[in-house]
Design a protein around this ligand. Structure first.
Ligand SMILES: Cc1cc2nc3c(=O)[nH]c(=O)nc-3n(C[C@H](O)[C@H](O)[C@H](O)COP(=O)(O)OP(=O)(O)OC[C@H]3O[C@@H](n4cnc5c(N)ncnc54)[C@H](O)[C@@H]3O)c2cc1C
Length: 250
């Protein structure tokens, strides 16, 4: 397959720990995607010569195809997230995508109550989905939730309001414990219970962000009656269940 490239046309520092990047296709063709999908950027090689390829959800609306935006958190020690802030305007990056079969499926969401839930940086795919052409008709029957830590400055509420201008479903924001805190998952499950009440079962759901939380939320939704096939999930980190601790006898 031939290589594809994106050109960086604008860069905005939106908080001490995040930047929004505007890209266009280097060949000048429209960038077609479905809101909520992501691209994989090749940001260069690491010390061992291995390509640093990372996924980033598209934050901007799929109505606009001349360019698109992603928001990337600076993780300090992160490889790609340290390279991207140094990228000069006009630089070109190899990419693949757009990816994301679940949101890309034209039959999803079928009619019914939808829950869109994001934790931490997962807010990017929530925004992309809410801004998508295909989701516009489902907004009336959708509840949106963003779970974030007190310290999280990835996107301020003000910045998010700018991005979601015109969308009626601004996310309900809840504070949750830090990523490694033991009470993080139980707190989220309590919040989920309070949102859904005793009888509202979402018929469709899309979950993005911390895999450790998303797996538990998905199990809870399935327990309540949501069909697993109607739940989309994108873990941005904690992608694999932590292995059980090894027990040594003797
Ligand atoms: C489908 C998909 C969409 C994504 N969309 C976005 C996006 O829109 N914006 C964005 O900033 N990132 C997004 N990510 C995460 C991104 O792909 C990278 O993992 C992230 O930028 C770290 O890459 P790095 O090379 O800087 O860090 P690495 O050198 O790979 O290591 C950093 C470590 O930090 C962990 N980590 C990754 N993300 C976070 C986080 N948010 N909080 C805490 N720890 C984290 C990783 O699991 C890893 O252990 C997405 C991931 C997926 C799978």
């Amino acid at each position: 397959m031939s290589q594809k490239f994106l050109k960086l046309i604008r860069k905005e520092n939106v908080s001490p720990s995040s930047d929004i990047y505007h890209f266009e296709r280097a060949d000048g063709l429209p960038f077609e995607f479905v809101g909520g999908q992501y691209v994989i950027l090749n940001t260069g090689n690491d010390g061992d010569g291995k390509a640093i390829k990372r996924a980033y959800s598209i934050l901007s609306s799929d109505s606009k195809t001349d360019s698109f935006q992603i928001c990337v958190k600076r993780l300090g020690t992160g490889k790609a997230s340290s390279i991207l802030p140094e990228l000069k305007l006009g630089s070109e990056l190899e990419y693949s995508g757009p990816w994301g079969k679940f949101v890309g499926d034209p039959t999803w969401p079928p009619p019914g109550f939808s829950l869109i839930l994001a934790t931490d940086t997962g807010i990017t795919s929530l925004a992309g989905l809410l801004l998508s052409k295909k989701f516009a008709k489902s907004l009336d029957s959708t509840i949106t939730v963003w779970l974030k830590t007190k310290e999280e400055d990835f996107l301020s509420e003000q910045e998010l309001r700018k991005i979601l201008l015109g969308v009626p479903n601004f996310p309900n924001i809840f504070q949750i414990p830090p990523i490694s805190a033991p009470d993080r998952v139980p707190t989220v499950l309590e919040i989920l219970k309070s949102i859904l009440g005793d009888c509202t079962v979402p018929e469709n759901a899309f979950l993005s962000g911390d895999g450790n939380i998303l797996r538990e939320v998905r199990s809870e939704l399935v327990r309540l009656g949501t069909l697993e096939s109607r739940i989309g999930m994108e873990a941005f980190f904690n992608t694999q269940r932590n292995p059980s601790p090894v027990v040594t006898l003797g």
